[in-house]
Design a protein around this ligand. Structure first.
Ligand code: SAM
Length: 286
């Protein structure tokens, strides 16, 4: 197959690369924040790429969106006010609004062009954008979090790009402290925290340190597959403001969830909380 029929994301630090066979490039633009590309692939539906990194494909985004949204929402006792930082493709918003208890979900992405492209090329992810409980803001998540009224939010979901460029601060202690302040007493956050096999001693360890430094006493990771991300093995890290057991989710509610999912269920939630031996040094000592 000729090179021009493949999209390849190179991971130099891991000495690996991931390729998808493509039919066509559907869109390309330089937004004020990043280079945005959309491809039509042969087997994975449409593909969104930001600054050369795979964000999502039509076919496999459900593992990421469902495992970032539902575990934290089924761990909080009664999530009503939710904030998503990043998440401009709107897939996270759609999952959050499947929870009828949620009264309002504010999505704060710095780049409106990502949402406009998603509306055009991933309309299925944008099906909840007109929900009266949804509010789409286009602003820097760092500023937004700093200005939120203390104690006003139940759950914060950080669905950001990698910690370079505009997303860098979203992985730092100052931001975590702002999230901690914005959360109510039972408040929870979750952050995408990259690959256990590639980033355990680097990004994942830094996320634990930043969350603890920001005031969170309870920190716990979930693990799940995301085919298109480096190594295919991903994590989300939850943090609790109070003295909450992050492994004790509303299992009966999760088992009886009144909405459809493709990956998430109570058993997958329980399984995702298990800690492999090589991760215990970071994840079990805390
Ligand atoms: N699931 C993807 C992943 O893990 O690679 C992330 C997808 S989502 C498209 C990431 C979004 O984060 C992008 O749309 C980007 O514009 C947004 N973003 C990056 N930095 C941000 C910031 N400081 N405030 C708000 N949104 C930000």
């Amino acid at each position: 197959m000729d090179d021009k029929h493949w999209f390849t994301e190179d991971y130099p630090e891991a000495g690996t690369a991931f390729s998808l066979r493509i039919r066509a490039k559907l869109h390309e633009e330089q937004t004020p924040f990043q280079k945005l590309e959309i491809y039509e692939t042969e087997h994975w539906g449409n593909l969104m790429v930001l600054d050369g990194c795979v964000m999502l494909t039509s076919r496999d985004n459900f593992t990421y969106h469902e495992m970032m949204a539902h575990p934290v929402l089924f761990t909080h006792p009664d999530p009503k006010q939710v904030v998503i930082i990043g998440g401009g493709d709107c897939g996270m918003l759609r999952e959050v609004l499947k929870h009828k208890a949620v009264e309002r979900c504010v999505q704060v992405d710095i780049d409106e062009r990502v949402t406009r492209a998603s509306e055009r090329f991933f309309p299925e992810l944008c099906s909840a954008n007109d929900d009266p409980r949804a509010k789409l803001l286009f602003a820097d998540g760092l500023d937004y979090m700093r200005r939120l009224e203390p104690g006003s939010v139940d759950v914060v979901i950080v669905d950001s790009t990698d910690p370079v460029g505009p997303a860098e601060g979203l992985f730092g202690t100052k931001f975590m402290a702002d999230v901690w302040r914005a959360l109510g007493d039972d408040g929870l956050m979750v952050q995408q925290s990259e690959s256990p096999i590639l980033h355990l001693d680097t990004l994942l360890a830094d996320v634990y340190t930043a969350m603890r430094g920001g005031g969170f006493t309870q920190v716990r990771s979930l693990q799940f597959p995301v085919v298109g991300y480096p190594s295919g093995w991903w994590s989300a890290t939850m943090a609790g403001k109070g003295d909450v057991d992050l492994t004790a989710f509303r299992e009966t509610d999760a088992a009886a969830k009144p909405f459809a999912t493709e990956y998430y269920n109570a058993a997958m939630h329980r399984a995702a909380l298990a800690i492999p031996e090589f991760c215990k040094k970071l994840m079990a000592d805390r």
